[in-house]
Design a binder for this molecule. Structure first.
Ligand SMILES: [Zn+2]
Length: 99
């Protein structure tokens, strides 16, 4: 299956060649983190500088967050709380005899 990429600059999805290169433009390579817009390339460079992560890693995180890669991460919902019962007390939240 082809990898669909998500631009961290503008949130566009894009599908570069699997080789990440363009035969008609030998000096041009596709990025795993940003689309072809110059402002998105600049945003990605800034994100790499700020985070210390590689473009590949930032692209992977963006794809995962958008559900394009791996399992979509959903918050766990406690169904019992939805039925009108009072939520369980927080640890240490109860009043003791010594207080
Ligand atoms: Zn973009």
């Amino acid at each position: 299956m082809r990898t669909i990429y998500l631009c961290i600059g503008c949130a566009a999805t894009y599908l570069p060649p699997e080789s990440m290169t363009y035969p008609s433009h030998p000096t041009l390579t596709a990025s795993p983190a940003h689309c072809g817009r110059p402002e998105c390339a600049a945003a990605a460079r800034e994100a790499v500088a700020m985070s210390g992560l590689t473009e590949a890693k930032l692209g992977e995180i963006a794809r995962r967050a958008a559900g394009l890669d791996g399992d979509v991460r959903m918050p766990r919902i406690d169904r019992r709380a939805a039925r009108g019962r009072r939520a369980a007390a927080a640890p240490g939240g109860g009043r003791g005899k010594l207080r």
